[in-house]
Write a protein that binds this ligand. Sequence first.
Ligand code: DX5
Ligand code: ZN
Length: 218
Amino acid sequence: MKKIAPSILSADFSNLAQQIRYVEIAGADIIHCDIMDGKFVPNITFGPVVVKAVRKVTKLPIDVHLMIKDPDNFIEDFINAGANYISVHQEEVVHLNRTIAKIKELGAKAGVVLNPSTPVNTLSEILEFVDFVLIMSVNPGFGGQKFIESTLNKISELAKIREEKKLNFEIEIDGGISAQNINKVANAGCDIFVAGSSIFGQDNISAAATELKNLISL
Ligand code: DX5
Ligand code: ZN
């Protein structure tokens, strides 16, 4: 089943509980949390304290996207705070096999993320171990950026490898997803669609989330 994962990066944090309820009513499947440290990416967001607060107000799975230096040091904290999915960037983690194993041992789904300039073939030795692969379709750090078209090829390439090797990781996309492009990403083989500004940046958050959900359910 294809899933919508609203990213709270674009939400109104003074009203976070209510904003999460809006997307829940609309049928959102996962809540995506962007963790930024001002070092791996040029922006700072929030840490486990906020993830814990999100945990208190929703039963939906929480997807924690770690855009931080040395993510290994924080995996346990985020899982204790309530994260169900944890992803780390291929570009940052040296002992990726060990990190993926650690996330799984701690009971979360383990994912690896690729920046737009990192090719899919860098994942050849890790694909059999991951629960999901997150393809960045913008350079990480900010919401509201333009979808990079060439990432569509990365989704198709990954879907093809998954089929050929009979693997069953999920494919997630993050960045610039909207009602205008979600269909072609779905057709390329994507399963989980992160959307920030095209949901929380809209006047009617529930309606925006429902529209995306309907488009991938066609
Ligand atoms: C960007 C983050 C995204 C961001 C997406 O670095 O990883 O999750 O929230 O925002 P939109 O959907 O506005 O591109
Ligand atoms: Zn993200």
